[in-house]
Design a protein around this ligand. Structure first.
Ligand SMILES: *Cc1c(COP(=O)(O)O)cnc(C)c1O
Length: 393
């Protein structure tokens, strides 16, 4: 019904199924199980469940299925499996597609929990992991070989906003017979370009822009129908990582406004980046849409926007930085991003505290580094708040 329509229309309608009551708003099916008309029907469903035939909520649920359809359509994939969190999605994709002896090549600048799954879990089961500088195409060329099974990367890294040349990495991976899994949180689902650039699977923490209002943990794995309804579904449904129907329902409502929200937040992020770039107490503003960004050209060839998050260095190190954070009146100090409320984070002492110093140095996580997530407040108010805090350090 929604083929050929534009994104905002599809974000309101795709995947909707109505019950016999013809409700307007998507129904929430808070049910673990489903009743069969007969023993024969139960048997048939366990042999093979057809479309919109459900068995148990860990395997699938009508509200969750609506969300999977709407979200995978948004990202340009055939299908998706919704998960309890972003990490359930990352873990599900990596574990479902790996076996002892496999070799995974990944970018070094990864979310801490993703590094744990790769270096602690998968390594324990005999999968070898090679980490490379994601911005260095030659490093990918050297690391990916015909023995590589998977390539895993964050398209835009957190917290330092390094941008990977995804078309290049996908081409090298595919030439060597490897699948590419992209962790797509920072790119935002609206500006996601993973599928377009050749990724085989996207894993998304829907905790971020999809919820966008600081309520729900969620995630989704999107890919071809063969991968999603094959090894991915088998792994997630048997190991218990499925999404709660209440989360799926809340996410469906959030998707209706996603395009409007992300575009407003991204416009604010660009305005904030420009204001901070010329401020004497700020150094090294990192936002892909700024011409000064190290991978600006590649970033703009992949996406029209730099996203909703930026990072920058407060001159004067940790003390000046903490003073600045404490003086902010609208921005809240927290560790999530993509919320309606604007958030500042000090990665070195919070999200990335446990990284050894040499890793922090390699990744550029300095004592003065701030990650800033733009919310839905008025742009002028946010810039004024940043300026008054900077004046007072
Ligand atoms: C937040 C995040 C995750 C984990 O998502 P959760 O929903 O918190 O489990 C994974 N990868 C990236 C890049 C993230 O930003």
């Amino acid at each position: 019904m929604t083929n050929g329509l534009k994104r905002r229309t599809k974000l309101v309608h795709t995947g909707t199924r109505r019950s016999q009551y013809n409700e307007v708003s998507e129904a929430i099916f808070l049910t673990q199980g489903f009743v069969y008309d007969s023993a024969e029907q139960a048997e048939a469903r366990f042999v093979k469940a057809g479309e919109d035939e459900f068995i148990y909520a860990r395997y699938g649920n009508p509200t969750v299925r609506m969300f999977e359809d709407r979200m995978s359509d948004l990202l340009g994939y055939e299908d998706g499996f919704a998960c309890a969190s972003g990490m359930a999605a990352v873990n599900g994709a990596l574990m479902a597609l790996s076996k002892a002896g496999d070799r995974i090549v990944a970018s070094r600048a990864l979310f801490g929990s993703c590094l744990y799954v790769l270096e602690e879990l998968l390594a324990r089961f005999g999968v070898s992991i090679t980490l490379v500088d994601g911005t260095d195409n030659a490093a990918w060329d050297a690391a990916i070989t015909p023995h590589t099974s998977l390539v895993f990367l964050e398209s835009i890294s957190n917290p330092t906003l390094e941008v990977i040349d995804l078309r290049h990495v996908c081409a090298v991976a595919h030439k060597n017979g490897a699948l590419v899994i992209v962790d797509d949180a920072m790119a935002t689902p609206i500006y996601s370009y993973a599928r377009e650039c050749g990724a085989d699977i996207s894993v998304v923490s829907t905790t971020k822009h999809v919820d966008g209002q600081g309520r729900m943990l969620g995630g989704i794995i999107c890919g071809t129908r063969d991968l999603i309804r094959g090894p991915i579904e088998a792994y997630v449904k048997h190991t218990g990582g499925a999404m709660n129907p209440f989360t799926a329902w809340s996410h469906l409502k959030s998707l209706e406004t996603l395009d409007l929200r992300v575009k407003a937040q991204a416009a604010t992020a660009m305005a904030v980046a420009e204001a901070l770039e010329v401020h004497p107490k700020i150094a090294d503003v990192r936002y892909p849409q700024l011409p000064s960004h190290a991978q600006h050209k590649v970033a703009m060839s992949q996406s029209p926007s730099g996203g909703t998050v930026l990072a920058f260095e407060v001159s004067g190190g940790r003390d000046a930085c903490f003073k600045f954070l404490n003086m902010l009146e609208i921005f809240i100090i927290s560790n999530n991003f993509a919320d309606a409320k604007s958030i500042v984070t000090h990665p070195a002492t919070t999200t990335h505290q446990r990284l050894p110093q040499e890793q922090k140095d390699i990744l550029g996580i300095t004592p003065g580094l701030v990650r800033l997530s733009c919310g839905l407040e008025d742009t002028d108010d946010l810039i004024a708040d940043l300026m008054q805090a900077l004046d007072r350090i």
